[in-house]
Design a protein around this ligand. Structure first.
Ligand SMILES: [Zn+2]
Length: 257
């Protein structure tokens, strides 16, 4: 099973080396480095993977390792820069594109400043941005970490139902209409402690007609490669899911759990 959410030094916030992932596996490897424009976590800079250097690195690794090497990117949607994001993705050849909502133009949603916010209002605003992203984007394969904006907070399952079920129902309907898979982000689930929220969201996505799932560690250090994948697989199976999907040239192929 491919870990379909990984970062390397092509991301602004990681120093991870491809070789340290490749030493751990004989399966295909796909890295999904950040495309994050007007990034508040990087002084407002436009963080764009150096695609030419990325492909050159994959070509060199191909000479040294037997693994199939796939190309991926994690797009941080930010509405004011939607056209620039679309242009970047259109100009480069990828196997896998993740769609994320990380920041509001002022702060990343992991920033401490959000801890002062009214939690219900924050959840509503975050999912408003996510719905806009899903409706606007036509180039993504996977909706990544649906709970990113909730990670630093303690939103209970009862609160998610009360505050966000209608919005998430809309988001998942739009995601299914766009063909997006739902990501089980094991960092969110088992490091940030949101596994119970995924237990709610998985059947909501299924009720919207969604059948495609991926599992991603969101590793920024290579020790977290495929972190907690057995637990995530079991959690999917508890919802009647028998396969995840793996992306090549944006085409999903099933892989048994
Ligand atoms: Zn992310």
């Amino acid at each position: 099973m491919i870990d379909q959410h990984l970062h390397t030094y092509f991301s602004f916030d990681s120093d991870a080396q491809f070789e340290d992932y490749l030493r751990q596996t004989t399966t295909p490897l796909v890295t999904t480095d950040h495309l994050e424009l007007a990034n508040p976590d990087d002084a407002g800079r436009d963080d764009m993977p150096d695609y030419a250097a990325y492909v050159a690195k994959l070509d060199r690794l191909h000479q040294q390792y037997p693994n199939q090497l796939l190309r991926g990117v994690e797009v941080g949607y930010y509405a004011p820069r939607a056209a620039d994001l679309a242009a970047y993705v259109a100009a480069h050849d990828y196997d896998l594109v993740l769609l994320s909502v990380h920041h509001d133009g002022h702060h990343d949603y992991l920033d401490d400043s959000f801890k002062q916010a009214d939690l219900q209002a924050l959840v509503h605003t975050y999912y408003d941005k996510m719905l806009t992203a899903v409706q606007a984007v036509d180039y993504a394969d996977v909706l990544a970490h649906f709970d990113y904006g909730l990670r630093i907070h303690s939103v209970t399952p009862a609160q998610l139902i009360a505050w966000a079920k209608p919005q998430l129902t809309q988001i998942f309907a739009a995601a299914v209409a766009k063909g997006l898979a739902f990501e089980l982000n094991t960092k969110s689930m088992y490091i940030w402690g949101n596994a119970a929220l995924y237990d709610l969201a998985i059947p909501w996505y299924q009720a919207a007609g969604g059948t495609k799932f991926t599992i991603g560690s969101d590793a920024h250090v290579t020790t977290l490669y495929r972190d907690h994948f057995a637990e995530a697989s079991a959690q999917l199976q508890a919802h009647g899911v028998t396969h995840i999907v793996e992306y090549r040239h944006h085409q999903p192929t099933p892989c048994a759990l």
